[in-house]
Design a protein around this ligand. Sequence first.
Ligand code: HEC
Length: 144
Amino acid sequence: MKRSLNINAGIKIKIQAAFLSAVLIMPMLIMSIMLIALIFSKPSASFASGNDKSGKYLFNYEHCIDCHSINGVGGTLGPSLTHYGNMHKTLAWTATQIANPSSHFKRGTQVTINGKKYVVLMPGFHRVSSLDLYKIASYLESLK
Ligand code: HEC
């Protein structure tokens, strides 16, 4: 402080102003820029993920595709689901078919679907959550 007394008053004020802007104004400016950036930035990927799997994704993930084909891709043990939406099944019927197919068809018997015969062997997907069952069902419903 003693030193500053030797410097003329004008310089002292300039130094003080510089000090004030460096210590107080600059951080405030940076903080507000960061805050504005945060508000206007898109939500990060972690917001979008979680249990946000689509019905289409789950259809592959649960290996439905191993037995059912859609647009020529997939197995043939079960009926093709390419035009499943035209069958006019309810969402509840489809969800039940996935979770507990034996409530519709007796295991080991034969069933005719769209003119083709199939041995009833679809496994029940008991551990799939009801949300995911309905996601898969709505996806199948959308196939026309
Ligand atoms: C091991 C083979 C196999 C797997 C895996 C399988 N299915 Fe099936 N699915 C069948 C067969 C065979 C039928 C005929 C009826 C039956 O077996 O219950 C069928 C019937 C269906 C039907 C009724 C079709 C209709 O027109 O009436 C739907 C819908 C269906 N499956 C959806 C699914 C979904 C969704 C999955 C996966 C979560 C799946 N299936 C997994 C073999 C399978």
